[in-house]
Design a protein around this ligand. Structure first.
Ligand SMILES: NC(=O)c1ccc[n+]([C@@H]2O[C@H](COP(=O)([O-])OP(=O)(O)OC[C@H]3O[C@@H](n4cnc5c(N)ncnc54)[C@H](O)[C@@H]3O)[C@@H](O)[C@H]2O)c1
Ligand SMILES: O=C(O)C(=O)C[C@@H](O)[C@H](O)[C@H](O)COP(=O)(O)O
Ligand SMILES: [Zn+2]
Length: 367
């Protein structure tokens, strides 16, 4: 059975469907969304996902009458570039995708962000359906319409908001996901607990394990998925384009993005960098007396239970400070941090002293 959550926006609404073996029902969901049966579809995916799921999805959609072609791209963080977008656009050109055509992203957040951006820009915008296959993409990247690629100067500096027409989450696809990737997804889930869902936080605290899919009972995993999707959907519904509230989804990302950028996207997974960024944000909040040591140690315990990194890497301080200035949340030259203040509560501060950041990084950096 598929459970559905509706994400309602001023101009459009869409359904987030969650259920085991959901991918075998993609065709019927597209038809329910009023996509025509002879629709041209470009399925964007990557080798690790095409083999276990892509071929099946293509055959299934063809059997329903859709004209499907697939494009297999390299989808590591280092490939999240404008060159890859060019490849997707080239495929769209060859397939003669029209304004009424559809791109489907089948994969993790990298595939989703790039296929979404390619759809947003092809013919000035065609439909995108997100079928996430990593934990991180299921709870976060596939939802809310942020799409884009990295610039050598920073993460996701090029992009657009382009909401999907449908999100289909099939938890059974997590069976083949490497555990390290699963753990990285847990970072964004812990984020939701801290920024907006005490119920999710308690659930995570009570779970025996968070570090691999095999050790989490399937019902518990489904509850975690549901809490997370609901938390993100609620925030996006209130502030689709990050005018204000949505910035809280960036908790842990201000310094997390710096870690990813300064390690050339080849050392930490996005979720791992976010975990480090959440620890750093928690420490800053403690120094500003916004958050207690007790709460910070609860956050750290969850991050540790999820098998995520706890020790900040040694990075040149000047580079950290200059990279921070490139953050998308910077306003009038001031870096804005999302800082925790209580269970499910955060504030945005633009006056964290530079000296405090320097002192903190010196204190928490490992070798
Ligand atoms: N748009 C947003 O709102 C948003 C939110 C969070 C993160 N992101 C972005 O998402 C990206 C990270 O996404 P991610 O964590 O999903 O990583 P990813 O997309 O890099 O995928 C991780 C790896 O898992 C493999 N994989 C995916 N699904 C699999 C499966 N079911 N079985 C086996 N292997 C599988 C992929 O091939 C890849 O090697 C970052 O670029 C981040 O910036 C975007
Ligand atoms: O959806 C959002 O809004 C988020 O901030 C979710 C983040 O987890 C995600 O990593 C996002 O891509 C970061 O946003 P950015 O605008 O800083 O690139
Ligand atoms: Zn993120």
């Amino acid at each position: 059975m598929l459970q559905t959550i509706n994400l309602g926006l001023k101009t459009n609404s869409y359904c987030i469907a969650i259920g085991d073996r959901g991918i075998s029902r993609l065709g019927e969901l597209l038809i329910a969304e009023k996509f025509k049966k002879d629709l041209k579809i470009l399925l964007v995916t990557n080798p690790e996902v095409f083999l276990p799921y892509g071929e099946e999805v293509v055959k299934h959609l063809q059997s329903k009458g859709f004209q499907v072609r697939s494009l297999i791209i390299e989808a590591g963080e280092e490939s999240k570039t404008q060159e890859t977008i060019q490849r997707i656009h080239d495929a769209a050109f060859v397939q003669h995708l029209e304004r009424g055509s559809l791109i489907i992203a089948l994969g993790g957040g990298v595939v989703g962000d790039m296929a979404g951006f390619a759809a947003a820009t092809w013919l000035r915008g065609i439909s995108i359906v997100q079928v996430p296959t990593t934990l991180l993409a299921m709870v976060d990247a596939a939802i809310g319409g942020k799409t884009g690629v990295n610039h050598p100067g920073g993460k996701n500096l090029i992009g657009s908001f382009h909401q999907p027409s449908l999100v289909l989450i099939d938890p059974t696809t997590l069976k083949t996901l490497p555990s390290r990737e699963f753990r990285a997804g847990m970072a964004e889930i812990i984020k939701y607990g801290i920024i907006g869902s005490p119920a999710l936080l308690y659930h995570l605290e009570q779970s025996d394990s968070l570090s691999s899919q095999e050790n989490i009972p399937s019902d518990s995993l489904k509850s975690i998925l549901k809490y997370s999707v609901q938390t993100k959907a609620q925030i996006v519904m209130e502030d689709e384009r990050e005018g204000s509230l949505r910035a809280i989804l960036n908790y842990g990302h201000t310094l997390g993005h710096v870690v990813e950028t300064l390690t050339n996207y080849n050392t930490y997974l996005h979720g791992e960098a976010v975990a480090l960024g959440m620890i750093a944000a928690g420490e800053i909040a403690c120094m500003l007396n916004l958050w207690t040591q007790d709460m910070q140690s609860r956050q750290k315990k969850l991050i540790e239970k999820a098998g995520l990194p706890l020790v900040w890497p040694k990075l040149p301080l000047n580079s950290v400070l200059s990279c921070l200035q490139g953050d998308k949340k910077v306003q009038e030259g001031k870096v804005r941090f999302v800082l925790p203040t209580g269970l499910g509560k955060v504030v945005i501060k633009n006056d964290v002293p530079k000296e405090m950041i320097t002192h903190l990084l010196n204190r928490i950096s490992g070798e």
